[in-house]
Design a protein around this ligand. Sequence first.
Ligand code: AMP
Length: 342
Amino acid sequence: MQGQGISLTEFLIQEQRKAVGATGELTLLISDIARSCKAIAREVRYGALVGNLGQAGEENIQGEAQQKLDVLSNDIMVNILRRSGHVAAMISEENDEVIRVPKQNRGKYLVCFDPLDGSSNINIDMCIGTIFSVMRCPEGVDEPAEEHFLQPGSEQVCAGFCVYGPAVTLVMTTGNGAHGFTLDQGVGEFILTHPNIRIAEEAKEFAINMSNRRFWEPPVRRFIEECEQGKEGPLDKEFNMRWIASFVAEVYRILMRGGVWTYPLDDKLKTRGLEGRLRLMYEANPMGFIVEQAGGVISTGRERVMALKPKDIHQRVPLFLGAKKEMELIESYHREWDQNQQ
Ligand code: AMP
């Protein structure tokens, strides 16, 4: 079967046939995004051999030191999508403002992306990835501006991410299940290897940055302490803990092996004036679409992520995602805590 599996292109065409009146624009756009991921995968793989590692000497809009690979990956996405003919405008985690597309190249979709997520993992050869989200440009808008991107996650037409790990894996959804593809490096195609991914309803693993424990809110502390108590606590089962510190790798693990992953709002973030760690439009919403399509739950602990109306394109949110059963518990602990505060 090597080189003969269902390619991403074949898969997209099959899906396109089910969408009455589809012109092929979305299929071609997703193919261009996948090509960007292949080009980024190549830069990641060559790493230090071609001088791709180390800092670029600039800070991005989020105040983080940009790595050379951040800049290269962003340039790849912007250059390919600007030419694609299917994009009206785009926003990137690396750019302050909306990235415009020349008038003659404009199409009907808005694209949000984080070109290289997990930058702190670049120099230690850990998993990093690209996250993307596609929405429709509102009717009658010729010059898309920031306000046109501020649509809730439930309006996404497609979302996905690519992990540059031991294998290059792309997971995506157009609202008809979450599907995983592995890059066949010899053929240069993503091949369908994980159709209809489902997240197990019950978790056996939890993931949190334990070093922030003293800054957590009480409902978060309660849940994690109960996980730690294992069979001796109210949850009555043993848990394992995981922390890769790479969002794409963490979500991929949850999709493959189940569990819950959390990055709550804590006092440390609050003192920096932040509303959370993860970015709503570049990270939480695209993963939200995928996690929900895989039967999991994703929320801020208090609200469904996909229902939030973004306030600005770089907004951050607290984030909890994964197994339905534990997510319901996390949400109920937040509800109880909030009610007791009133
Ligand atoms: P298009 O004319 O190609 O831009 O497609 C119009 C709409 O049909 C899209 O916004 C999607 O809702 C749906 N659609 C088109 N192509 C696909 C595809 N490959 N997979 C899933 N849905 C699609």
